[in-house]
Every structure is written in C-alpha cells, then in structure tokens.
Design a protein around this ligand. Structure first.
Ligand code: PLP
Length: 223
C-alpha cells in the first residue's frame, strides 16, 4: 500500500475518533514511526504530507537523518541509553523516553537549546515496559527545576500488550489524569500540555482519551 492511501484511512479514523470524543482533529499530530522501513519509504511519508518522523534507535535515526536532514521534525521514541544522547541531541526536536534522572542530567549537559521531552510513564506496571512509575513522576518533574535545557512538554506511555480494550483505555485515561495534575502545577519549564500515546493498534482509543501525538508505524508505513 502507498503511504498516502494508509494516511487517508488513518485520517478518517482520527476524524471519527474525534467526533466520538468531541475533539478537534487539528489537535492530533501523527508521528510516522519509520524504524522498520527504508529511508525511501520515510521519504514517501514526507511526500504524502507527514511532518513528524519517529525512530527508536540512534543508528536508525542517524542513517535516515543523513539523507533527509531537517526536512522532517524528528522524534526519538525509544529507550535511550545515556551514552547515546550525544549522537541524537542536535538532530531531534523531541525525546519521548525521558524516564530517569541520569538521562535528564545527560540531556542537560549535551543540549544546546531547551530539549522538548516527554516523561515516559509505565502506567500499566508491566515488568517489560520502560518508563517511570506514575507515583514518582511529579517529584521527578519538580526536581528538574534547575535544568535550563529541558522542557517537559508532556507525558508518554505504551499500552500493555493485550486484546482487552478496556485495559488499554484505562491506561490512557490514567496518563491523561496525571498529565492534567502536572499541567495544573503551572511550572514554566513543564507546561505538560501534550500526551504521546497510541500506536497502530490502539490510536483511536488513545485519541478518545486525549492523545495529542500518536506514534504510528505498521499501519502507516508498514513493517
Ligand atoms: C515501534 C513503536 C511504535 C509504533 O508501533 P506500531 O505498532 O508499528 O504502530 C510506537 N511507539 C514506540 C515507542 C515504538 O517503539
């Protein structure tokens, strides 16, 4: 399938989800997750009108960056080892996987401007999932007060691997609740207006529950 055809179908689904949730589709940004596909396929996504590209490994990002440069807005969405920060920091506009102080310290040290970060939260508590425990997020963000190179734009999560839509929905709802609590703290360095949640299999549920950035790989560019 052409990316443009997949994108048209995804736009339809976003619109229906927004109708159900009484939201404006303009609030939803699509990140095309290109980790499984070639640079050519990523370029096809840009031609189809995609603005945001997401990669989950530094080498994958660097390979595509070499060809596509700053044409897309780059998002780093995967687990990030501190020692890899220096490889990606001047190429990405957003990091979705801030989940520990040591990583925040490395970003603070390496970034030349304020890096837009999502705190990744392990809402479902699955052992295999990365992310911070929900109870620790507020204190973590308060502790970033003196960091002049980090802006907390929102929270990110991955839903548990399950067919049970209610469990998925509850995960997203929980993240939204936490996001609103942090937003209400009105910290200038942590506006926290955004929610990065929803992938190929669950983005419509995520949108119904308030997502502003959906990260779509398989359903958009393929696997
Ligand atoms: C791979 C990946 C996605 C996209 O997954 P699909 O199911 O292919 O849409 C989204 N977010 C993260 C963090 C990923 O690693």
């Amino acid at each position: 399938m052409k990316v443009a055809e997949n994108l048209a179908f995804i736009h339809e689904q976003i619109e229906s989800a927004c109708l159900r949730a009484n939201r404006d589709p303009k609030e939803i940004k699509i990140i095309a997750v290109t980790k499984y596909v070639t640079t050519e396929r990523a370029a096809e996504a840009l031609d189809a009108g995609i603005i945001h590209l997401g990669e989950n490994r530094d080498d994958g990002l660097l390979a595509k960056y070499e060809k596509l440069g700053n044409k897309p807005v780059w998002h780093f969405i995967g687990t990030l080892q501190s020692k890899k920060v220096k490889n990606i920091i001047d190429k990405v506009s957003y990091i979705h996987s801030l989940d520990r102080m040591s990583l925040a310290e490395e970003i603070e040290k390496r970034a030349e401007q304020r890096m837009k970060c999502f705190v990744q939260v392990n809402v479902s508590g699955e052992q295999s999932k990365h992310g911070m425990e929900p109870e620790k997020v507020k204190q973590f963000i308060e502790d970033l007060k003196t960091f002049s190179h980090i802006e907390i734009v929102g929270l990110m999560t991955m839903a548990p691997l399950t067919e049970d839509k209610e469990i998925i929905r509850r995960t997203f709802r929980e993240l939204k609740r936490l996001q609103e609590e942090i937003e209400a703290m009105q910290l200038t360095y942590a506006p926290c207006h955004e929610l990065s949640m929803g992938m190929s299999n669950d983005f419509t549920i995520a949108i119904e529950e308030g997502s502003t950035f959906v990260r779509i790989g398989t359903a958009l560019v393929g696997s």
